[in-house]
Design a protein around this ligand. Structure first.
Ligand SMILES: [Mg+2]
Length: 182
């Protein structure tokens, strides 16, 4: 059985959306994901990057993120054909460990804790596929990297790109889609 490693922030969880919500509630500045697409924070707001960055160290930041559309359905389908691991570089934000585990238990109860890996570097992860939004994780990966679209990677080329979980389904479960069609 082939193995898939799946990132959390901006792949399963709407981390960018969480930053935008904090931006609005903390500063009153409203920015949409579309406005941020392919741009830096400095291009869309005067709020300093270090201020925005500081929010990830606050308790609760990782706990109440929205699930990206269709992620639950497609991950559950992938589990039938692949060994699925959730792999998150959570060590950078110690408060996130408990929150991310609770988030997974709430939104992905079908992913056993034995299949959740909180780590630092991801280059030691051995899998056939890695679905991630950051080139720093995809570039050293020894299997097949799959780039999940996010505002900060909009201009990145050279990777197989997916923009939705339905695209992940079409890419990794093509026969399943075929069965649905017939
Ligand atoms: Mg990520």
């Amino acid at each position: 059985m082939q193995r898939i490693a799946i990132d959390m922030d901006d792949v399963l969880a709407d981390a960018t959306g969480r930053f935008l919500d904090y931006l609005t509630t903390r500063t009153g500045v409203e920015v949409t994901k579309q406005q941020l697409w392919g741009r830096d924070w400095a291009d869309v707001t005067d709020i300093h990057r270090s201020t925005i960055r500081s929010w990830v160290y606050e308790a609760g930041f990782f706990r109440d993120m929205a699930v990206l559309p269709d992620a639950q359905d497609v991950v559950q389908k992938l589990q039938e054909r692949y060994e699925v691991f959730i792999v998150s570089a959570a060590m950078e934000f110690p408060l996130s460990l408990k929150e991310k585990l609770e988030w997974m238990a709430e939104h992905f109860p079908f992913v056993d804790w034995r299949y959740i890996v909180f780590c630092g570097h991801k280059y030691m992860i051995k899998a056939d596929y890695l679905i991630d939004d950051h080139e720093k994780n995809l570039k050293p990966f020894e299997g097949t990297p799959i780039l999940f679209s996010a505002p900060h990677n909009a201009n990145l080329t050279g990777y197989t790109r997916v923009s939705t979980w339905r695209e992940v389904e079409q890419l990794l479960l093509p026969n399943a889609v075929e069965i649905v069609r017939t």
